[in-house]
Design a protein around this ligand. Structure first.
Ligand SMILES: CC(=O)[C@@H](O)[C@H](O)COP(=O)(O)O
Ligand SMILES: NCC(=O)COP(=O)(O)O
Length: 238
């Protein structure tokens, strides 16, 4: 069964909207783990609009499952943060400054040397590295020669296409996952996964190691409560 890592960015968004500590990000992360999540994901952005750099240090002290930090390694501040915190996993995402959310994966062909050099820095520090990629076989094959341990398949296109034609939507992900497996890479996935589309994704990508889910899961928790919601997502992966 793929590991569920809860992305708590949106808890920080809500907290920051009032300037206090409600909701308490640390307590929510502890509770997600208590309710069955097997990882906590954060994506600190340079403007700290949701996760603040201090949150990352604070979370490191309490996460007992797997801590996954996502972000833009072209920001030296991000590299320094990850090396100081030493999470179990870092996920490299090619964000542009001011981007609302992640909207593309790494071009592992064009940026091969840059990725090799950067991944080595994290791998030498004992941190597992995953790189965020679009579901394109050539991109996955080129990822395999960067030294990364895993890829994270960017699932926005799948989530977007699911309702209209789920067979068509999953097809590139099946091919990309097969290429990753042939190359010996672990497979993570994330972005816009939800209670409607998660089960079909997991069923069709049997080698899936981990999903990180934030926006939909935290939104669902408003209706179902956090404990129920985490359990509902876990059932989609079972
Ligand atoms: C890489 C990825 O898909 C997620 O980390 C997503 O970008 C969440 O970031 P935001 O919460 O800032 O939208
Ligand atoms: N890596 C994807 C992630 O952490 C959460 O993405 P989303 O569920 O908030 O779209």
């Amino acid at each position: 069964m793929a590991r569920l890592s809860v992305n708590v960015n949106k808890i920080a968004t809500l907290r920051n909207s009032r300037g206090g500590n409600n909701p308490d990000l640390i307590q929510v992360a502890k509770d997600c783990e208590r309710f069955g999540a097997r990882g906590i994901t954060v994506h600190p952005r340079p403007d700290e609009r949701h996760i603040r750099y201090q949150d990352v240090y604070d979370l490191k002290k309490i996460v007992t499952t797997e801590f996954n930090i996502e972000g833009n390694c072209q920001e030296q501040k991000f590299v320094d943060l990850v090396l100081a915190v030493k999470p179990e996993q870092v996920t490299l995402v090619p964000d542009a400054l001011g981007q609302i959310t992640s909207n593309h994966g790494w071009d592992t062909i064009t940026h091969q040397q840059y990725l090799k050099d950067t991944i080595k820095i994290f791998a030498d520090a004992g941190i597992r590295v995953s790189i965020f990629v679009d579901p394109v076989v050539e991109i996955v094959e080129a990822a395999a020669t960067t030294g990364t341990h895993r890829i994270e398949l960017y699932t926005e296109a799948y989530a977007h296409g699911y309702a209209a034609n789920r067979e068509e939507a999953i097809a590139p992900y099946v091919k990309a996952a097969e290429a990753a497996k042939r190359a010996g890479l672990g497979i993570n996935a994330g972005h816009d996964l939800d209670l409607q589309n998660l089960k079909y994704f997991a069923e069709n990508i049997p080698a899936l190691d981990e999903v990180s889910i934030g926006h939909a899961l935290i939104s669902d928790a408003l209706y179902y409560g956090l404990e129920n919601t985490v359990q509902m997502y876990l059932r989609q992966l079972a």
